[in-house]
Design a protein around this ligand. Structure first.
Ligand SMILES: [Zn+2]
Length: 140
């Protein structure tokens, strides 16, 4: 099992740096359009609603609701070989954006569960000194 490669991590750019700075502090921040107030995610250079580039960074509540739940049995990348089957969820944030997320589920409790409609809360998983990934955990 020593031949399992490390998981590929996002690269930090000038555009995404505030997002990653916030996750390292245990907070989920997203861009808020200065023109129309649209909360945009993924991070981008202009508002997807009105094309305005100016924005501020706003702290999200960290809460959400599961819109979709998939279980991956196929290993598409060797870095996930030990984790399959694993769950991937789409989370609707109350602020508007939707995020894909995995769920920490070492005992495979959620493999056969239907998580659609469940309330979730953001958690943060350190992957490297620079990258702390946001992920969501069902509220028990
Ligand atoms: Zn806008």
């Amino acid at each position: 099992m020593n031949d399992i490669p490390a998981k590929p991590l996002p690269e930090i750019s000038n555009l995404t740096k505030p997002f990653w700075d916030a996750t390292r502090s245990g907070e989920l921040h997203m861009q808020k359009c200065s023109q129309c107030g649209h909360i945009r995610y993924p991070v981008g250079p202009v508002c997807t609603a009105c094309l305005e580039p100016e924005h501020t960074w706003e702290k999200m509540s960290g809460k959400g609701k599961v819109l979709a739940h998939l279980v991956f049995h196929q290993v598409y990348h060797k870095a996930w070989a030990k984790e399959a089957p694993y769950s991937v969820i789409m989370v609707q944030l109350p602020e508007g954006p939707r995020m894909f997320s995995d769920i920490e589920d070492p005992a495979h409790r959620y493999k056969d569960a239907d998580l659609v409609g469940r309330e979730v809360e953001v958690r943060f998983r350190p992957m490297s000194p620079d990258i702390v990934l946001p992920w969501f955990k069902p509220v028990e």
